[in-house]
Design a protein around this ligand. Structure first.
Ligand SMILES: *Cc1c(COP(=O)(O)O)cnc(C)c1O
Length: 398
């Protein structure tokens, strides 16, 4: 059965990775079963988030956690928590910030399309630093003192976008933040695997860390994790949950929201539009459990096998050259680069999309290669996909 057919939508092969635009990962049966099962019961959403908080916190080592509708929503809500704290009137005012203390410092080289998430909450991003290596005009990149030099009475916090290669080192940014008593929020959306990153930034002193649930964790596409300090997570909950309650008979679990710290129930906050369904919370929690329990090295070995099958199939086609990239950390995904020689990689890549719904990773197109990410390859589809890819490329270059 293919439910998409009923509504006239075609299905595609996502060889691009966990990208949102191609639907993210295919869910395992355990995860989709969990979502179906969750849909047959009713729950108090605050209690469910409190249970999720407990479970996720054990895994991440954080004080508290919240299931968000993706990492991007997590960044917006983290910013909202930093800007409003536990003050209902500040929550009500967002994205306007009464005291103008709304600046988030970010390294210029960390900036990306997702920092819109901070502005959405009322934040303003203040850029610092340079990547002189990239510009070919020097030897250094952004340094910690540059964050310090722009701190003023309007500074609300520091944003750190984590990659394997982020500069300055996280520890140095934490040092500056601690000296000035500023919170640090980390965008670690795509930094899994390796699984050690679930704990790493919290351990090193991050106040809030956002992960995608719909990337390598293989949870529902519109799920994510925001973990960190308890008061911030309480603020996130207060600005996200349905707040249509009477204060007197409102009983939030104290691990998520300490009612004694709240003077009144705020009205629906800016997170109300980022609501997460009970089915998504259940799916994310099961996906997270599977993610931490699984034999990830065996999975990566399988991935490599699938990439080799594709490679063997296409490598003798004219113009085509292939390489399999094996990351040094054995928990990370291998990938297959397909170099297209005299053929324009953009045109070939687009042809594959349009003709047979083969969506490859497009990062290398300007350097004339396409990449196969193995996340959604399996015993069930590898023969078919490698056949179609081979036939389509052959057809295109003839
Ligand atoms: C994917 C990604 C996001 C967004 O994550 P979602 O879970 O899709 O909202 C944010 N930041 C970075 C760096 C990402 O790679």
């Amino acid at each position: 059965m293919n439910i998409y057919k009923e509504f006239g939508a075609r299905t595609i092969h996502n060889l691009a990775g966990a990208s949102t635009r191609v639907g993210g990962p295919i869910l395992s049966k355990e995860v989709s079963d969990a979502m179906v099962n969750a849909s047959t019961f009713s729950v108090d959403m605050t209690e469910l988030q409190a249970s999720a908080s407990e479970y996720i916190s054990k895994i991440t080592g954080s004080e508290s956690a919240y299931v968000t509708s993706g990492a991007s929503a997590g960044l917006t809500m983290g910013a909202a928590a930093i800007l409003a704290g536990l003050d209902p009137s500040k929550m009500e005012n967002l994205p306007s910030v009464k005291d103008n203390k709304n600046q988030f410092i970010i390294s210029r080289e960390h900036r990306n399309g997702y920092d819109h998430a901070f502005r959405l909450a009322g934040g303003e991003t203040i850029e610092v630093g340079m990547n002189e290596i990239l510009s070919g005009a020097g030897v250094r990149r952004t340094e910690a003192w540059e964050y310090e030099s722009v701190i003023n009475e309007k500074t609300a916090g520091i944003v750190y976008v984590a990659t394997q290669d982020s500069e300055p080192p996280f520890e140095e940014v934490i040092k500056v933040a601690n000296k000035h008593n500023l919170p640090v929020i980390v965008d670690a959306a795509g930094q899994l695997p390796p699984r050690e990153n679930l704990r790493k930034f919290i351990e090193k002193g991050a106040d809030l860390v956002a992960f995608s649930g719909g990337k390598a964790i293989k949870g529902p596409q519109s799920s994510g994790i925001l973990c960190g300090k308890k008061d911030y997570i309480s603020s996130v909950a207060l600005q996200s949950l349905d707040m249509d309650e009477y204060f007197e008979i409102w009983n939030p679990p104290s691990n998520l929201i300490d009612k004694s710290k709240i003077s009144a129930i705020p009205r629906h906050g800016i997170g109300r539009g980022f609501k997460v369904a009970k089915e998504e919370i259940a799916g994310l929690l099961v996906a997270l459990r599977l993610f931490i329990e699984k034999d990830i090295n065996a999975e990566m070995t399988n991935c490599k096998k699938y990439l080799s099958i594709i490679e063997d199939k296409i490598k003798s086609l004219p113009n085509i050259k292939t390489t399999i990239n094996t990351p040094s950390n054995s928990e990370e995904y291998p990938t297959l680069n397909i170099y297209t020689g005299k053929i324009n990689a953009f045109d070939l890549c687009n042809n594959l999309k349009v003709k047979s719904g083969l969506f490859l990773n497009e990062k290398g197109l300007s350097e004339n290669f396409m990449t196969v990410h193995p996340m959604n390859l399996s015993e069930d589809n590898i023969q078919h996909i490698s056949d179609v890819l081979h036939n389509d490329i052959k057809e295109y270059i003839k």
